[in-house]
Every structure is written in C-alpha cells, then in structure tokens.
Design a protein around this ligand. Structure first.
Ligand SMILES: Nc1ncnc2c1ncn2[C@@H]1O[C@H](COP(=O)(O)OP(=O)(O)OP(=O)(O)O)[C@@H](O)[C@H]1O
Length: 243
C-alpha cells in the first residue's frame, strides 16, 4: 500500500536519508525509533510532501506521490503541538476536514454532524464540543487533532512523537485510545517515538533509523534480539531494578 523506493535527502551536503526503501501494507502501523537528529521527522515530511526528496519515489496504492502537492495526498502529518484553529470550537475543528470536501446540501450537513458527534463521543470529547481550544487541556487538544485527522480517513497517518508532552498517565491513556481508534478506522501509518515500549505497543512492525538508513525487522523477536535497538538494555534495566 505504501511503498518507499530509494529515498535520499541531504541538507547542506549532509546526507540525512540514504536510499531508504520499505513497504507497509494496509492497516499496519510501523513504529520508527532512532536517535535525535537521525532523520525520522525528515522521512515523515518527505512522505507528507512537506519536503522534496533528492531522489527516490513514494507510492501510495501504486500511485507515485512525488508530484502530488501535500494537501492533495490525503496523508496527515501530526506532531506534538499539532495546531488547532484557535477561532473554531472543538466540534468545528474536528468537522473542518469533512466540510472542506465540498459536501453541500442538507443530507450532507446531517452526515457531517453525525460523523463528528460519533467521533467526539469515541474520543471522550462529547462534553467539550463547544469549548474553544484555549479552554481545553493538552491531552484534550491532542485528541481533537486525532479527531481532525481520523475524520477524513487518511490514506496514511504520520505521527511524530505525538505524546512527547504528556504526563505518564495521560500518555498511557492516549496510547490505548489511539490504538483502538487506529483499529476501528483501519488506519495505515508511521509512528515515530523515542520510547521503546511505546514503539512495541503502537506498532505491528518496528524499524530503527540509523546513519541515514532505516533498518526494518521481520519480527518483534528479531527487533528485541538486536543489541542496536536498545530493547535488551531496557529489559535488563527493569530486571536489575526488580533485583
Ligand atoms: N530544513 C532543514 N534544513 C537543514 N537541516 C535540517 C532541516 N531539517 C532537518 N535538518 C537536519 O537534519 C537532521 C535530521 O533532522 P530530523 O528532524 O529529521 O531528526 P529526528 O530524527 O526527527 O530528530 P528528533 O528525534 O530530535 O526529532 C538534523 O541534523 C537536522 O538538523
């Protein structure tokens, strides 16, 4: 479904992405780990059309995306501080993408109303529908931005450290919520995180970005067994802590 072929990108002669190739099938999530500055965000931006690769191709459903502008790709890129429209309430922020799709007429209006209400309910935001962004918490804002993304059924959802700013409890709740929404909406996506546990929890597959290359693992066992991933060190840490 997503096919990335030989993507390279340099900034000021420094190679950030070095002939990256991988495939991702429909309804699967690929978690991407990697050190700060290893190029994870750059990869997501290339897929979203926010950066142009120096070479290589991005294909979604066999369609070459390279020349398709970002706003026509139906690929959503979400990051920690994904912005909400400050002048729209929670309901209108979520409904925005559907309204853009040139839906007119009364029945369409009702369909938008129903879809948005259903999604707000599922996201636990039903009581916040009429609040403005400045009246809700960070975790709630995050849920609104997921709502905005999910409502248009993106072909690809790109999540860039989405929970980086949340406290541990809220982070755990959001992981569970997002996981169930991803299953319900049959989302295909990439999930960038620094947290190994989160990568294993959110992804069906895990990959490691290192020196411009994306190392994909054929199974979770292979990922855990590889010392470079840090999974073993993390497991050792918890074991030692238990005594
Ligand atoms: N627009 C740009 N111009 C020049 N250099 C850039 C630009 N964007 C990113 N870089 C550089 O490319 C490298 C990779 O950055 P990127 O943001 O992709 O890393 P990352 O793996 O997402 O890091 P982090 O985990 O800290 O978010 C960094 O060295 C960064 O300074």
């Amino acid at each position: 479904m997503l096919e990335v072929k030989n993507i390279s990108k340099s900034y000021q002669n420094k190679i950030i992405l070095d002939k990256i190739s991988f495939q991702l099938t429909q309804n699967k999530i690929l978690s991407i780990l990697g050190k700060s500055g290893s190029g994870k965000t750059t990869l997501l931006k290339v897929l979203a059309g926010l950066e142009t690769p120096d070479q290589g191709q991005v294909l979604v459903d066999n369609q070459i995306m390279n020349k398709v502008p970002a706003h026509q790709r139906k690929i959503v890129y979400l990051y920690q501080e994904s912005l909400l429209f400050p002048h729209l309430n929670v309901f209108d922020n979520v409904a925005f993408g559907l309204r853009l799709q040139k839906h007119r007429g009364k029945s369409q209006k009702e369909a938008i109303q129903q879809k948005t209400e259903g999604l707000l309910e599922a996201l636990g935001l039903a009581n916040e529908a009429h609040k403005m962004p400045y009246e809700i918490s960070g975790g709630q804002k995050q849920r609104v931005s997921f709502g905005r993304a999910l409502i248009i059924k993106p072909r690809l959802l790109l999540l860039d450290e989405p929970f980086g700013n949340l406290d541990p409890d809220t982070r755990q709740q959001m992981q569970q919520l997002l996981k169930s929404m991803i299953a319900q909406y049959q989302i295909t996506g990439l999930f960038v995180t620094h947290d190994i546990k989160e990568a294993l929890l959110m992804g069906n597959q895990v990959a490691l970005m290192q020196q411009g290359c994306l190392h994909t693992f054929s199974s979770m066992e292979e990922f855990i067994a590889n010392k470079q991933t840090g999974a073993q060190a993390e497991m050792e840490f918890w074991k030692n802590l238990q005594g």
